[in-house]
Design a protein around this ligand. Structure first.
Ligand code: FE
Length: 293
């Protein structure tokens, strides 16, 4: 499907800085790069974390993420290659593979596991943590799996293939839309010599992550495995991304919540007291229990 091109921007965003991320491990020893680290949570509000994982070495991923809790935010897992089985305390089970997306709103509490279903081959993907407004943090959990074929996709006249995981792009409504954070999550596949325009409100925090090739944003070269944090200049009206070579890029943006962020591991609330409550509920077996009734 081809859609009409958007009007050119008056003032495309600049790159404020490039970020390489931190090699780390999580779960039962899954090697990954934490691209969006905790020190950027305020700057990139409403986004709390972005992990990139990619390896063809089973030891890097085989142990997966055994049972663990979440409360107060949403996790979005985008599987580029590989197979991972999700099970949670709300009774959901889903196989996530090859271009599929799993969107989980932890709300007041979910206990889940994410376990690889392969013993060799490549496992590659991303997990994004999206905050919830305080008023929604204790909502019931919500969960959906999208196979790649079920994700809204379009190709621009220039040949940029766009997958709209969240939000709206060029009139195409994504798999998920959120009123509070107005999250935009696009996967862009560029041909050599193509470009892409996305209007963005100046106040929305936004970043680009390049996972194949390289692109140019606002005159700044953004190499592979780098996040470009986009400036929020008052008169900016969007982002313009050019690719001199084939490239694959995530473009992520959202409206800041401007609320206090209290995080303890997998719990993200507004206050310390709410964190203590989450820990107590988890300890007492109350986190996630109601969903099992
Ligand atoms: Fe998790």
């Amino acid at each position: 499907m081809s859609t009409t091109t958007t009007t050119p921007l008056q003032q495309p965003r600049r790159v404020e800085r490039l970020i390489a991320g931190m090699p780390t491990s999580d779960g039962a020893g899954v090697k990954l790069t934490r691209v969006l680290t905790q020190d950027l949570q305020r700057r990139l509000d409403p986004f709390l974390m972005l992990d990139a994982f990619g390896s063809d070495q089973p030891d890097d991923y085989i142990a997966g993420f055994p049972d663990h809790p979440h409360r107060g935010f949403e996790t979005v897992t985008y599987m580029i290659a590989g197979r991972m089985l999700h099970r949670d305390s709300a009774g959901n089970e889903g196989l996530l593979e090859n271009g599929g997306v799993q969107w989980m709103t932890a709300g007041r509490g979910v206990i889940h596991s994410e376990i690889p279903q392969q013993e060799h081959g490549v496992m590659e993907g991303f997990q994004l943590w999206l905050n919830l407004p305080g008023r929604d943090k204790m909502n019931p959990p919500w969960y959906r799996d999208f196979k790649n074929a079920d994700l809204p996709q379009f190709t621009t006249p220039e040949g940029v293939a766009v997958t709209v995981i969240a939000g709206v792009s060029h009139g195409v409504v994504g798999a998920v839309t959120r009123d509070g954070t107005q999250a935009l999550y696009l996967d862009l596949h560029f041909k050599a010599g193509s470009s892409f325009t996305q209007p963005l409100p100046a106040g929305h925090n936004a970043f680009v992550y390049v996972y194949r090739g390289e692109v140019t944003v606002g005159g700044q070269r953004v190499p592979v495995q780098r996040m470009a944090l986009l400036a929020n200049d008052q008169d900016s009206d969007g982002v313009f991304i050019e690719a001199g070579q084939e490239a694959k890029v995530l473009l992520i943006a959202g409206q800041p919540l401007n609320e206090p962020i209290a995080q303890y591991g997998p719990f993200v609330m507004n206050t310390k007291e709410e964190i203590y409550q989450a820990l107590a509920d988890f300890r007492d077996g109350k986190l996630g229990e109601e969903a099992q009734v």
